[in-house]
Every structure is written in C-alpha cells, then in structure tokens.
Ligand binder design. Structure first.
Ligand SMILES: [Zn+2]
Length: 143
C-alpha cells in the first residue's frame, strides 16, 4: 500500500493480521518500529493509510514541539489523536493531557480525539468526517 510492491502470500497475511493494512516487509518493519518506540496505536496506522487512500496526506507521529501527535494535517492545523491511551486515565495523565491541549491550542491547532473503536468499526465514516473537517478548516483559512 505504501510502495506498490507485489506482496507474497506470507507478507500479505502477516501485515493484515498485525496491522489490518497491506504493507511490504520493509514498510511493515518501519511501522512496527514506530509502534514500538512511540506506542502508536494500530488504529492510527489504519486511519493513516485509509486517509492516504482517500487522497489526503496526513503525517503519522508528527512532532509538534512538545509531543508526538498520532496523525496531523499541519497545513490546516488539525491534529488527530486516537483515543486509547487514556482509557485508564490517571491523575497525572489528565494533567499531561490538559497541558498538551493547551500547547496545541496556543499554536492554533484543532485537536480531535477519535475513539479507536470508531476506526475499527466505522472506518469509512470516520475518514469521510475527517475529510469534511479538513474541508471546513481549509475554507476558514481562505477567509
Ligand atoms: Zn512497501
């Protein structure tokens, strides 16, 4: 999906089982490393590729100067966080989250939180809605 390389059966199966996305061994390794180092939710990877297929160009694990954002459209200042990190919200997590929100807001970014179950069960609708939001943000930038 990333490079149009023909996948053999094993590569295809391994990638689909682990990520739900068709990636060649080389690109899968790259994503696996990202998941390990950044704790990238698998749903973020799925949403990233679904948005790319739909013609958008998100950035995966974008560094905003303070933290890595799951998905970002920096041109329209839209951040998307997959909501599974804060399932069991501790006091410290909550304070961190507030501070991160404030940082994004100061930089003019809109942050939307997408529950990982939405990506799992309603991927098409999720992509459609995000594209709608991008459209609105683009329109606002023009005004
Ligand atoms: Zn590839």
């Amino acid at each position: 999906m990333e490079c149009n390389k023909e996948l053999n059966y094993l590569d295809h199966r391994q990638s689909m089982e682990a990520l739900g996305v068709e990636l060649c061994a080389k690109h899968k390794k790259r994503i696996d490393r990202l998941i390990r180092t950044n704790k990238t939710p698998v749903a973020a990877v799925q949403l990233y590729y679904a948005l790319k297929v739909a013609g958008e160009s998100p950035m995966l694990e974008w560094w905003d100067g303070k933290k890595f954002v799951d998905l970002s459209f920096s041109r329209v200042k839209l951040n998307i966080e997959i909501d599974d990190k804060y399932e069991k919200l501790t006091h410290d997590n909550a304070v961190d989250y507030l501070q991160e929100s404030m940082h994004s807001f100061k930089n003019g970014f809109t942050t939307i939180k997408v529950p990982h179950t939405l990506v799992k069960h309603y991927l098409k609708e999720t992509v459609k809605n995000i594209i709608g939001i991008i459209g609105e943000l683009k329109a606002q930038v023009k005004i």
